[in-house]
Each structure stands twice: as C-alpha cells, then as structure tokens.
Design a protein around this ligand. Structure first.
Ligand code: ADP
Length: 686
C-alpha cells in the first residue's frame, strides 16, 4: 500500500489533521451500500415472516380439511350404527307393547334421537317412543298427519329398498325454541313383502354432539349447513379470533345431502407464527447483528488504515527529510530499501539500488571481497558494534568517500529477523575538519617544541660551553706543545695524540647535545608504531638531564620488567614526557626543597574489561604541589604561573594522551609534590 503523500510538511508533522472531509464520494458510496444491505435484509425478513404466515395458514387449512373429512366419516358411521340398532328393534317380531319397551330403552341410550315410530306399510302409526331427555318435540303438533318429510324419507326407503333420509326441517318447540330435525326411514320386510317402516327423528345438533369426538368439538365449531351456507345446526366451541379458517364437505346420505362445515379461529395475529418463523427471525436478527458488528469492524479497520496511512506518510516525510542515509538489506544481502539521502550520498537512483545483491554498486571494486566477507560474518548472526564502524563507499562517478555505518537487525512483526537496517553518515567533511585540526595541532606542537628549545637556549649554551672550553683548552695546549722546543718528538706526538683524542671526544659530546636538540625539534611524520617504553625515555633523557643538572635534580627512571611496547606516535609521546618532566623539575626549583628528585615510572596495567593491555607512565616530583585554584585551570591553554611560561604544555599533553585513547590525570605525591599519570595502549603482539 502506498499512502498518498501529504500536501505539505506541516501536515506531515500533525498527521491527525490530515483526515479528509467527512463527506467524500467513497463515504457516500459506502453509506448507500450499507443502506441497500439493510433494506435487503429487512425485506428478506418481512418476506420470511409473510411466507411463514402463509405456510402456517396452509397447514391449518389442510389440517382442517383432514379433520372435516374425518368428521364426515364419523357421522356417517354413526348413522349406520344407529340404523343397525333400530333394525335390531324389529328382530324378535315384537308386539307394539314389547316394541315400545325396547324402543324406549333405545332412545334413552341415544340422545340425538327425538322419537322412534313404528308405522305400517301405509304409514299408520303402530307404536312410538319419545326421548325422555326433553319435552316431546312433536306433542303440540300431535303428528296426527304424517309429516311430509317422513313421507319423502319412506318413499326414498321404498325406492332404495333400504334406509333413507329426508331433508331436515325446523321443528319449533313448546318453549318457543326450536331445532332442526332430520327424518330417517327404515323399511321393514316380511319376506319379500313390505311390512312397515321404522322412523327415527334425529335432532341434528345432538347428532354432532354424539357422533364427534371431544377434541374435535373442543377445537372447532362444527355445523350442518345447507348448500347456500345457511346453518342448520351448530356445535362446538365458539371462540373468536381475528382470522377464521373454514372447511366444508358434502355428506351424501341416501335421500338427502348435508354439508358439514368446520370453522377454526386463530386467536391473535402471531408475529412468530411458529417455531420455524421464530428461528428464521432469530437467525435474521443474528445476521443483522453480525452485519452490524462487521460494519463496526470495517469502520474501525478503515479508521486504522487511515491512521496507518497517515503514520506512513509522516514517516516517509521524515525519512525523506533525513540527512542520514538509510538502507535495508534482506538476509541474502539484497537491498530492499533506500531513502533519498542514501541515493544522494552514493549518486545512484533508488531503482538502480533496489534488489541489487553483492557486490553493491557503491562498493569500491578493490574492497569488494573484504566487504563481502564482512557481510558473510554479519549474516552468520554477528551483530556489528553498537557505535558503528567506518567504511569507504564509492559514488557513481567513481570517487571514494568515508562513511560511518550503524547497523541493527530488522525484526518483523512476528519477531523474526528479516534482514539488516543500516544508518549511514557521510563523514568526509568530518574527516576534513579532523585533518585540519590535526595539522593545526601538529603545527602548534612544533611551535611548542621550538619554544621549549628556546627556553633551553641558555642551558644549551652552558652545556656546549664545557666541551668547547675543553676543546679550546686542548687546542691551546697542543699549539703550545708544537711551539715549544722539540725535545722529544715521540713524547710530543703522544701528548698531541691524547689532546686530539680529547678534542674529538669533546666535539662528539657537543655534537650529541646538538643532535639531541635537533632530533627533538625535527618534525617527523605522524605515525603510530610500536615503541619500547625505554626507547621513549632514552630519547628525552639527554634533554631532561640538561635541565636536571642546572636545577640540581636527581632524575630516576624505573621501567618494570616485561613491560610491552606501546602503540603510539613517538614524537608526541616524547613531548608529553618531556613536558611533564620539565614541569616537575621546575616545581622543585625552590630553596625550601633540598631533596630534589624526579621519578619517571613505567609499568604494565592488568587487562581491563575490554581485554586490552595498557602501559602506564607516571612522572612524580617532590615539588610544592598544585594549589586548588591552579588545579581548576591546569589544562587551559595559555594558563601559566611562570613568568617565561607559555601555558601550552599541559593542554597539548592532554590532547595527545586523549588522541591515544587515554586520560591525563594528576594526584598529590607522597610525601610531597605531584604525580602525573597516563596510560597508552600496548602494541598487539603479532
Ligand atoms: P607552562 O609550563 O608553560 O607554565 P603548562 O601547561 O605546562 O605550562 O603548566 C601550566 C601550569 O601548571 C604551570 O605554570 C604550573 O603552575 C602548573 N604545573 C604544571 N606542572 C606542575 C607540577 N608538577 N607541580 C606544580 N605545578 C605544576
């Protein structure tokens, strides 16, 4: 992902302010999509509820149809069963009286039958029995005439030669109420001859009550209706609901047809018509909730992405503005990232650098192998020094320049190292300044050396005076010898030989004095080399002794046995030692100090934490010590307490020692005086 670059550097510093205006085109599109999604889910949910409602209604209707068919079967079977019961009344060839008893028993067992009549073949009444459960239905009508329905039923019976029914009719009762009654006629045979009829009057409502089972009558309202829907008899619960389901079925009976109708109500409009709908609704709600959560998650992700983009833009702006070169390499040594500062440093473009393996285009060809080895070492897991290391890179134009490289392992989010990240500094300018200051220092030191010699001029003249006087004395003596009378040529020759020998010795001595000064003053190349400590002391001792003799100081040197050579710039360290020795001797130049001794000690130091051996030099005098106010300014350039002093000695000494990685320290000497110490690195023994 490549975030858009910030519009300006100000906004890069405050990435939070970079958030775009809330109503961008993508926001509107996102909101529209979400709206459509919510609408779709709501529509789906409504449809599911609606379909479930329809399904449930269909289920109810189907059950109702089944139940009504069953009820029709029940009623039909009931009628047939009753017909058989009635048939049984005629079984034993009854007399009217005996028949009445049997018929009375029969109607007591069948509430739905209002009356049973036995009529002869001309429909004349032979006997009858009324139900005991209610007032005789036909009493007020008297049934003197044969009701037309009975006539129709019996005509049908005769025609079918079997039981037959007539259409129902309304019978009003004495109490003002009434009921629907259906006549049933059973022809009685005597051999092949018609012997009469058995007529039963059914109360239709009671038929429903007796023929149907309790569960059915409890759940439904059941009725017999006419073809046009007029209700003839109703039985069953009459609970009301908002929605009614109805099923009808024709019931064909011999001679008539009835319609059985069943009504069922649903109590309240169900939002959750059944478990399926409830389940679907719950799942839909869960779906919407999950969608909501997903939306929230996306929103958060979107925000996080946005913030990440801002942070990346911020970081990129930061990297682009850096003067430090940044370079990332994978574990195979291929360059995976460079920042503009690095490109500028080496003069290659990012495209030329990215993906480049070894040797890198900016490696000087002559050092390629060395760098490759260094990289191999790095990739075996050896971390480079924390403070970095120096190297030389090559620009595209072929020029070399020194760089300081600080490397750190590149760890990814899973904690696995994927390569190395390096920060690179072009140190050519720093090098130039260092070189300038080094040259300046060298010049200063040369000046200081000359000044030292200047200070020592009187000492030198005094020192040279002696051999010159001796030479002159021997020369005068020799001349006198030559001018004297030639007594004994051999003796003169021997004396002259001795004199000339002395002259030669003295001139050598003078030459040595001059050479020691010359050696000291002569400027040498600044190189670090391994030098034995004794050699350093030997180089300065002639000069030290010059002054020691003048100041009556006893100079003592102690070099511990087995002290290794030191790695140093010889000229500079000699100058440090000479300076310290001179300062020490000058500090003892006071009449109050009779015991004047200067001790220069050299000893090896035990290897410290870094494991490097060092050699300690100390110069101890027995002078008056350094007062506290002087201590504070001791190393300041041009600070001196001496009338002819320059005040550069200690300041230069400290610089030199520090350049060698050490520190110049001083402490009070016992029983009196001061001791200056510094340590130099021991030369590596090959
Ligand atoms: P200079 O010798 O030209 O004065 P230095 O920098 O060598 O310059 O010394 C600065 C001052 O430090 C001296 O003037 C002296 O007062 C003091 N000093 C240096 N070494 C000693 C010493 N060993 N004992 C006492 N004083 C010292």
């Amino acid at each position: 992902m490549r975030p858009d670059a910030p519009a300006d550097s100000d906004s890069a510093e405050t990435p939070k302010l970079l958030l775009p205006a809330p109503q961008s085109a993508s926001t509107v599109r996102r909101r529209t999509l979400w709206g459509v999604l919510v609408l779709l889910v709501a529509g789906l949910l409504a449809m599911v509820v609606w379909l479930a409602g329809i399904y449930e209604a269909n289920q109810l209707q189907a059950r109702l149809e089944r139940d009504v068919a069953e009820a029709v079967g029940d009623v039909r079977a009931f009628f047939e069963h009753n017909a058989q019961g009635l048939q049984a009344l005629q079984h034993a060839d009854p007399t009217p009286n005996s028949w009445v008893i049997d018929a009375g028993a029969f109607v007591r067992e069948h509430r739905e039958i209002l009356r049973v009549e036995w009529r002869d073949s001309a429909l004349r009444l032979q006997a009858h029995a009324d139900t005991p459960f209610r007032a005789p239905a036909f009493e007020h009508q008297g049934r003197r005439e044969v009701p037309s329905e009975v006539v129709v039923a019996c005509a049908n019976a005769r025609r079918f030669s079997g039981p037959a029914y007539a259409s129902s009719y309304f019978v009003s009762m004495a109490d003002g109420l009434g009921q629907e009654v259906m006549e049933f006629c059973l022809p009685l045979q005597n051999g092949t001859k018609l012997a009469g009829y058995l007529i039963a009057s059914y109360a239709l409502r009671d038929v429903l009550e007796s023929a149907l089972t309790r569960p059915m009558t409890r759940n439904y309202q059941i009725s017999f209706t006419e073809g046009d829907g007029t209700r003839l008899a109703v039985f069953g619960s009459s609970s009301r609901g908002s929605r009614v389901f109805t099923a009808r079925q024709l019931m064909d009976l011999p001679g008539t047809t009835l319609v059985l109708r069943m009504d069922s109500w649903r109590a309240a409009p169900d939002l959750f018509p059944n478990v399926l709908t409830a389940l679907l609704t719950a799942m839909s709600i869960a779906l919407v909730a999950v969608l909501g959560l997903l939306g929230e998650d996306m929103r958060r992700r979107f925000r996080a992405e946005h913030e990440l983009a801002d942070v990346l833009a911020f970081r990129k702006a930061m990297e682009d503005s850096l003067v430090t070169g940044l370079r990332a390499r994978d574990l195979q040594g291929r360059t995976t990232y460079v920042n503009p500062a690095f490109c500028q440093m080496v003069g290659f473009t990012a495209d030329e650098l990215l993906g480049a393996g070894t040797p890198a285009p900016y490696w000087p060809p002559e050092s390629g192998e060395e760098y490759r080895q260094r990289q191999l070492v790095r990739h075996t897991g050896n971390a480079p020094p924390r403070e970095g290391y120096e190297s030389v890179f090559m620009r595209k134009d072929g020029s070399r320049f020194p760089v300081l490289i600080i490397e750190a392992p590149l760890i990814n989010a899973q904690g696995v190292q994927t390569g190395w990240m390096s920060a690179l500094l072009d140190i050519s300018e720093q090098r130039r300044v260092e070189e300038l200051s080094r040259a300046g220092l060298e010049r200063l030191q040369a000046t200081a050396r000359l000044a030292t010699v200047g200070e020592m001029a009187s000492l030198l003249s005094h020192e040279l005076n002696q051999p010159l006087a001796a030479i002159s004395g021997y020369a005068t003596g020799s001349l006198n010898l030559l001018r004297s009378d030639p007594l004994d040529g051999a003796a003169i020759a021997a004396e002259l030989g001795v004199a000339l020998q002395r002259i030669a010795e003295q001139s050598q001595r003078a030459g040595k004095v001059i050479k020691s000064v010359h050696d000291y003053v002569r400027r040498r190349d600044q190189v670090r080399e391994a030098v034995a400590p004794q050699a350093l002391l030997d180089a300065i001792l002639p000069l030290v002794h010059l002054q020691a003799r003048q100041l009556s100081v006893r100079v003592q040197t102690e070099v511990e046995a087995g002290t290794p050579p030191v790695q140093c710039d010889r000229t500079m360290v000699e100058q440090v030692l000479l300076n310290l020795a001179r300062n020490g001797m000058q500090a003892m130049d006071s009449p109050q100090i009779p015991q004047r001794s200067l001790v220069i000690r050299v000893r090896a130091l035990q290897a410290n934490g870094s494991g490097k051996k060092r050699v300690e030099f100390s110069v101890a005098d027995q002078g008056e010590g350094i007062p506290p106010e002087v201590q504070q300014q001791l190393f300041k350039p041009f600070f001196t307490t001496k009338p002819e002093g320059m005040g550069l000695g200690l300041s230069l000494c400290r610089t030199v020692v520090e350049q060698h990685g050490g520190a110049l320290e001083f402490a009070a000497n016992a029983p009196r005086g001061t001791v200056f110490t510094f340590a130099l690195p021991a030369a590596e023994v090959a």
